[in-house]
Design a protein around this ligand. Structure first.
Ligand code: GDP
Length: 335
């Protein structure tokens, strides 16, 4: 049985990856940050399964700022593979909290590399990079050879981490890979990302739980894929013969307004009547044209994104409708 550590297991990608690894009969050790709030909705279906939880799925308190604990856990678990997904993942928030963004995303990754360097039998490492490293790209679409030019604190932190993984691979012979991920979404996406913000608002406005939605730049464009596809590629990357960096993307650009069109039409509403533009949500800098070229991943891994854009948007709205219906029934009746 293979043993894996997943940092960031409570997040969107971490929860899908845990499912995938458990389905492949792995023993999975998730690292979670200690907080007073212990709800982990994305993992509930796994932690409530007594045949899995504390049998093949284990959660440990570990913080990438706390090197001693992280080192102790890694040495005790002796994983075959580490999937490093943890970090401050919100680009907009990185302008408000640049220092802690770099602490977790950049220095956290370096600390992890240093711990692996000391392991008697070094585990393989998958680090999740980001298209934000390209910022204002020098070429389009962007591939593994495109120069870094980040323009956000998050992008700078990820560029540091991606490059450091390369240094440890090349200088110390680590089996370490960067998955350079373009945006990837799902019903488990955090509610502050624009995609989920829109699908959730469409559902809640439809059911009368909310009246409108404030947004920043609706002309913003991204290459948006489906998260479970990307997680599948993470696993494949560590099963390959050679460690390498790969871009994961759909190669298709859409605008924020496309999400609005599809999501609101799906519930029979016109978004133009319901959206308020709010300057405070417009970023100080926002990459304009991040578009990925994932041909190398397709060639080396036999990988390809499975879900089409419109289907993904509608699937997310349907999931948010189900949650909104529960909220509606839980709300106190106005008598
Ligand atoms: P990111 O690519 O990781 O920054 O993903 P986001 O979902 O946070 O943002 C995607 C795009 O949506 C960017 O161009 C944002 O500027 C734009 N956007 C417009 N309005 C909003 C908003 O209210 N919240 C967020 N998060 N993004 C917004």
């Amino acid at each position: 049985m293979k043993r894996a550590i997943v940092t960031g297991i409570t997040g969107q990608d971490g929860s899908y990856l845990a499912e995938l690894l458990l389905g492949k009969e792995y023993e999975v050790h998730g690292f979670v940050r200690r907080s007073s709030n212990i709800t982990r909705p994305r993992l509930d279906h796994l932690t409530s399964d007594l045949e899995l939880y504390n049998q093949r799925l284990f959660l440990h308190y570990s913080d990438l700022e706390d090197m001693t604990t992280t080192r102790r856990l890694i040495l005790a678990i002796q994983p075959d593979e580490i999937f490093h997904l943890a970090g401050q993942s919100h680009v907009g928030a990185s302008f408000e909290i640049p220092e802690s963004t770099c602490e977790f995303t950049a220095m956290g990754t370096l600390r992890l590399l240093e711990i692996i360097r000391d392991c008697p039998k070094r585990p393989k490492l998958l680090h999740i990079g980001s298209s934000e490293i390209f910022g204002l790209p020098t070429q389009s679409p962007q591939s593994e050879t495109t120069a870094f030019n980040p323009i956000t604190p998050y992008g700078v932190a990820k560029a540091f981490a991606v490059q450091m993984v390369r240094v440890y691979r090349e200088s110390f012979g680590f089996f370490a890979c960067n998955a350079i991920c373009f945006n990837h979404e799902s019903p488990r996406r955090g509610e502050s990302f624009v995609t989920r913000k829109i699908t959730r608002a469409a559902a809640r406005i439809k059911l009368g739980l909310e009246k409108g939605l404030s947004l920043g730049n609706v002309e913003g464009q991204r290459d948006w894929g489906f998260a479970p596809d990307y997680v599948d590629a993470f696993w494949r990357m560590l099963q390959a013969d050679q460690p390498t960096d790969l871009v994961l993307s759909t190669g298709k650009l859409h605008r924020v307004r496309d999400w609005l069109e599809i999501a609101f039409a799906h519930v029979g509403l016109d978004w133009r009547q319901l959206i308020k533009l709010d300057d405070r949500l417009v970023r100080k800098a926002d990459p304009a044209t991040l578009l990925g070229d994932s041909s190398l991943a397709r060639k080396l891994l036999g990988w390809q994104p499975s879900t089409d854009f419109e289907k993904m948007v509608r699937q997310m709205v349907d999931a948010d409708l189900a949650i909104a219906r529960e909220d509606l029934h839980a709300a106190p009746k106005n008598c």
